[in-house]
Write a protein of this length. Structure first.
Length: 340
């Protein structure tokens, strides 16, 4: 790993160079909230935020994505779409970068999803350490920190007049080498400053989730009345899943007129009763209790069993934005405590 230093005064130059040669998506303020949008100049960015409400996973697993176009009829024709576009996501938080690594497990298993994988391969993640975690952030419960470079190609950490820059792999090296005049090697004192910034951010995090042994515990309480109690408040809006950076369920629909059409992939949610509705009319998850339970099991039981990782990064979005205050930290903590 290379440790470099970028003067804050040089950030606009760095961004201008990136924008000249690449499609760059960065945090931008829109209607009082932060979203990741393509920028045309550095001044469009807003780096004073904790996390975007809408997760940057949407730049790789698009909310709506055309898989191919077709002309219906007896002389039907299929037209493929370009999935080769290269992009940089600048300012992504370490937790959101981890979520993309978590998503990869689902898309590179027995069936390899070319759309997701090509976009992932063509995307460079230039992260920005989080220095102001919010009340519902709990990334440290998963042995991560707000300044972890583990899932990023490059990580910038604000250490005062400079950014401490960690270049973790060849993708990151390619970017920094092309602008080497802007970087200088970091000194031990800069590494120390980064560690101090990281510790300060870790110390701000006040909420923690106990996850030890949770997958095994969930095996024992599948039928427990506790789930009915948790689901009682839920209104089934799906906000928790749509805004979760690790949720990845989708539906595929053909949309067409008499002369043209497209096969489209759209985000779906397991909180929707139709999600598991069979064509026969049978629904294996007919009640909200089944659906609320599924969300927790998918993250804390099925994913660890299949991929050895919990499918939650502790971003807190589902807690911040649930209209009835269902809190995944409390749910999992209580699940760990109920008697089987
Ligand atoms: S389950 Fe909630 S806290 Fe965990 S990654 Fe998803 S939105 Fe974030
Ligand atoms: S956001 Fe809250 S109310 Fe909406 S589906 Fe999720 S848990 Fe239920």
């Amino acid at each position: 790993m290379d440790s470099l230093l970028l003067s804050k005064n040089d950030l606009p130059k760095f961004m201008t160079e990136l924008i000249k040669k690449n499609k760059v998506f960065a945090p931008v303020e829109s209607n009082g909230t932060i979203i990741y949008e393509q920028i045309t100049k550095p001044s469009e960015m807003n780096l004073d935020f904790c996390k975007s409400e809408y997760p940057p996973k949407a730049l790789i697993l698009n909310q709506t994505e055309t898989l191919f176009k077709f002309t219906p009829g007896t002389k039907a024709k299929i037209e493929s779409v370009d999935i080769d576009e290269k992009k940089i996501i600048f300012g992504i938080r370490p937790c959101d970068a981890k979520s993309i690594a978590i998503l990869e497990h689902a898309f590179k298993g027995d069936y390899k999803d070319p759309y997701f994988l090509k976009k992932r391969e063509n995307t460079v993640l230039v992260g920005l350490s989080c220095t102001k975690p919010e009340i519902n952030c709990f990334c440290t419960s998963f042995d991560d920190t707000p300044a972890s470079s583990k899932y990023l190609d490059i990580l910038l950490t604000d250490i005062g007049d400079n950014y401490y820059v960690e270049v973790t792999n060849d993708k990151g090296k390619l970017l920094t080498k092309s602008m080497s005049q802007l970087f200088k090697p970091a000194k031990d004192s800069d590494i120390k400053k980064k560690k101090e910034v990281e510790k300060k951010a870790v110390d701000i995090i006040s909420r923690h989730q106990k996850t030890n042994g949770i997958a095994d515990k969930l095996d024992k309480i599948f039928e427990h009345p506790f789930w009915k109690d948790i689901a009682f408040k839920c209104v089934g809006c799906g906000t928790c899943t749509y805004l979760c950076p690790t949720c990845h369920c989708f539906d595929i629909q053909d949309e067409s007129t008499l002369t043209k059409g497209a096969r489209v992939r759209v985000w779906d949610t397991c909180m929707n009763p139709e999600y598991t509705l069979h064509a026969s009319g049978y629904n294996p998850r007919p009640a909200r209790t089944n659906r609320v339970r599924n969300r927790i099991y998918h993250k804390y039981n099925y994913y660890p069993k299949n991929f050895d990782v919990i499918a939650c990064v502790g971003c807190g979005r589902c807690i911040d934005l649930c209209p009835v205050n269902i809190d995944i930290i409390d749910v999992v903590t209580r699940a760990g405590e109920v008697k089987p």
